[in-house]
Design a protein around this ligand. Structure first.
Ligand SMILES: [Zn+2]
Length: 72
């Protein structure tokens, strides 16, 4: 119980991977490429802590009310 292995899950297929894995943090080169493809197509909205759907909604709401209520 001494070896603290750093384990993560492959972002693509959720397979457990270790930091010594050649394709870490992916389980394979294939998954790495799939992941890159996801980034390129903008499929990764959830993984970013900055982009919260509610925040985005609030921002667009604000923009809308700013446009119609200029004198407030
Ligand atoms: Zn994988």
């Amino acid at each position: 119980m001494t070896a603290k292995k750093k384990t993560l899950r492959c972002p693509t297929c959720s397979t457990l991977v270790t930091a010594k894995d050649a394709d870490f943090p992916f389980c394979s080169d294939r998954c790495r490429k799939i992941d890159l493809g996801k980034w390129a197509s903008g499929a990764y909205k959830i993984s970013s802590p900055v982009v919260d759907p509610e925040v985005l909604e609030g921002l667009s709401e604000q923009a809308r009310s700013n446009r119609s209520n200029d004198d407030e």
